[in-house]
Write a protein that binds this ligand. Sequence first.
Ligand code: S3P
Length: 450
Amino acid sequence: MTIQNEQQIPVTSRRCDALRGDITVPGDKSMSHRSLILGGLATGKTLVTGLLEGEDVLCTADAMRKLGAKVEKLEDGTWQVEGVGVGSLQEPDHVLDMGNSGTAARLLMGVVASAPFTTFFSGDASLHKRPMRRVAVPLAEMGATITSRSGDRFPLGITGGSLMPIDYAPPVASAQVKSCVMLAALDTPGITTVTESKPTRDHTENMLRHFGVKVEVTDNDEGGRTVSLAGQQEMKGADVTVPGDPSSAAFPVVAAAIRPGSDVTLTNVGLNPLRDGIFETLADMGADITISNVRLQAGEQVGDIRVKGGLLKGVTVPPERAVSMIDEYPVLFVAAAFAHGTTTMRGLEELRVKESDRLSVMAEGLKSCGVDLEELEDGLIIHGRAVPPKGGATVVTELDHRIAMSFLVLGCGSEEPVTVDDGAVMETSFPEFVNLMNSLGADISREGSA
Ligand code: S3P
């Protein structure tokens, strides 16, 4: 089944010369969601600088308003959140529409699970296909009642109330699941723990601490990690500066890496060590990447990335690295298509349940652009020929922003132009993508016909 927006906006990318310039990418999506959620739950004011104003995050802002928080954009561009205080959410009188955002959906399910009322959730066609069992199971174990469509999918309703603390070991490595349980634990007496077999992004832990909540983290001998949180602590509003999103940065970084002669610098990019796998992998492939000016900002590592274009080589990406770059595989597949030699990427079954089935949608699109590859149940093997792929195709984006941007990056270097059927999906995470890429020298335009 193909899913699409009613009003599709085709976008075409044509081969460009070397990319050059300095840019900043929009704010980190994961941190933006969390800043609005924690700000809305805390007592007092939170000022957020650098918030991503993409559709996903605006859904979270709207949901927090419906739950009683005051969320507004000030004249100087910062966002101000006046929180209700943990345990004082108000019953929303409308369905919470989570749009395309799995993060907003799963985190907010945790937020409302401890509130003594019923909240209804819905989203777009992509979100309605995504599995919610992974969060429904621990929330039910804590005492919430969840009524959902078949397969634990949206739309669904949660009746919350007094919860019990749990010790939970998620069967999938997922920051969304961990964060959902931690957010449910905020108003739950006693200590809740989440033990992950592989550490996932820790923005919730970092930001909770920034808001004055004590969170304990211990690493175990098997490479896993346990996060413990005592409920009903005081949480106070705190100002948050959101750095550029490394997942968004990955698109211009790959575009520059595959266009010989390019020289692009991205300033103020989030470099959380649990998110930086893409830069490590591109460096393994021979990309000329320099990271500088690394500093700590509100508990998060931030720095500048300079990338120069050249020829990449195929590599085998360690499957255990997947968790630190899970959103970046679509654009890594593009890098692999331009490389010399075979790139093997496995351990990626989670990609099948993202905004689209990213393994099959990317495999189909890449094949239509002339790329030689094998699709496996848990990954892709891409045979790069060290010459640009042919391109010359129109690719179906399936309501998936990262599919759209990946193929527009491919079009920057393929022999013939590449069109994505719907560029509007980029609004979810990177509304400025086309203008920013063109400011570096890309040739991307809002029109059809590849
Ligand atoms: C996110 C976690 C990841 C990631 C998503 C954002 C987060 O999802 O893919 O884009 O902000 O917690 P999973 O938790 O499903 O791995």
